[in-house]
Write a protein that binds this ligand. Structure first.
Ligand code: SAM
Ligand code: FES
Length: 346
């Protein structure tokens, strides 16, 4: 294992068999984290960037089998934040030091280009020094361009799995990996800083799928890569599927840091939900971003992607304080700048 890790560190790559061996090796978890932490400190020092997450809407036209806000979940109370609520979240976040706002939501047809561009433009006008990240799913290239022109800088769209057959196990037939990939290419061509990623331990995932995920990411070369464990949600077809594994997720974070030294890698809320210490472990495995929740407390539990989601009862200021303490306890330092990718260092 040590030899493979050393090879990965210098060559920033390995043949498929080497990646597969590290993915599967429980014993590699700690040495991978140590190597990844070394690389992360070379590129980013001990900095951890904050992204204020605003959960814009839990309406969704899609029916992904894993996701709690899927359209067939009739038990869920649906909500949309108003324009004024979103701007109030941004104000609160800005005052707490956040310089990136992430607007995330289901694919909600209410958000026409006109409405979403209006919202983005209002945030851009109020906070010219902040980055605006969108995570609103698949849209047309024209729509992505209009949003970029309105002031959005970054876009998060996980590819979910780079294996066609696995993609078809996780999504109904109207959704395709080819279209998802096209969206990612469109976003890059327009000039967004792009984030992709996948769930770890989603039903039917194999080591070969994970190797394909890493290969797809190498091809895409994104600025941000978000991964987190799959967690079941009671009102979905995968309600009884087992959750993703903690150490497997940590090994994948470390592998991503070694393959993509410059990447912005979040220690996700899903990781913190899987294990009370999950986000701290994620940082120690190579992650360098945390995404505190800025949504109004009243809607947080309704953005119910999976069961037992953390941070649904905390005020934004408490979340900020809590995460700052957690980051410090893990041995890192929260920084409150816009936190762009540092490609030039690598
Ligand atoms: N609609 C947008 C999209 O599709 O990219 C953004 C919202 S979507 C709910 C955000 C991410 O949540 C997905 O990319 C997926 O990886 C993750 N997610 C959904 N259900 C999940 C689950 N049950 N466990 C873990 N992550 C989940
Ligand atoms: Fe929200 Fe800890 S990050 S309460």
């Amino acid at each position: 294992m040590e030899r493979l890790i050393a090879q990965l560190k210098t060559a920033r790559d390995l043949p498929d068999e080497g990646l597969a061996a590290l993915i599967e090796s429980e014993a590699a978890t700690a040495p991978l984290a140590a190597a990844a932490d070394g690389v992360r400190r070379q590129v980013y020092g001990d900095a951890v960037y904050l992204r204020g997450l605003i959960e814009l809407t839990n309406h969704c036209r899609n029916n992904c089998y894993y996701c709690g806000i899927r359209r067939d979940n009739r038990t869920l109370t649906r909500y949309r934040l108003t324009h004024a609520q979103v701007l109030a979240c941004c104000r609160e976040g800005y005052d707490l030091g956040y310089r990136t706002f992430v607007l995330q939501g289901g694919e909600d047809p209410y958000y026409t280009d006109e409405r979403l561009c209006g919202l983005v433009a209002a945030i851009r006008a109020a906070y010219p020094d902040a980055a605006i990240t969108l995570s609103m799913g698949e849209r047309s290239k024209e729509s992505y361009r209009a949003l970029f022109n309105a002031g959005a800088n970054r876009y998060l769209l996980r590819h979910e799995t780079a294996d066609d057959a696995h993609y078809a196990k996780l999504h109904p037939a109207e959704l395709s990996l080819a279209h998802r990939k096209q969206c990612l290419r469109d976003l890059k061509a327009i000039g967004y800083q792009v984030g992709s990623g996948f769930m770890v331990g989603s039903p039917g995932q194999t080591t070969a799928c994970l190797v394909q995920d890493l290969r797809f990411l190498q091809e895409l070369d994104p600025d941000m890569i978000g991964i987190g464990p799959f967690l079941p949600q009671a009102d979905t077809p995968f309600a009884r599927s087992p959750k993703g594994d903690l150490t497997l997720t940590l090994r994948l974070i470390s592998l991503l840091r070694l393959l993509f030294p410059h990447a912005l890698l979040p220690a996700t809320t899903a990781l913190g939900t899987l294990d009370p210490n999950g986000r701290e472990l994620g940082l120690q495995a190579g992650a360098n971003v945390v995404m505190p929740n800025l949504s109004p407390v009243g809607v947080r539990a309704l953005y119910a992607l999976y069961d037992n989601k953390i941070c649904t009862g905390e005020e934004s200021a408490q979340c900020r304080g809590c995460l700052e303490r957690r980051v410090a306890a893990a041995g890192y330092r929260v920084v409150t700048d816009v936190g762009n990718v540092k490609r030039s260092v690598t």
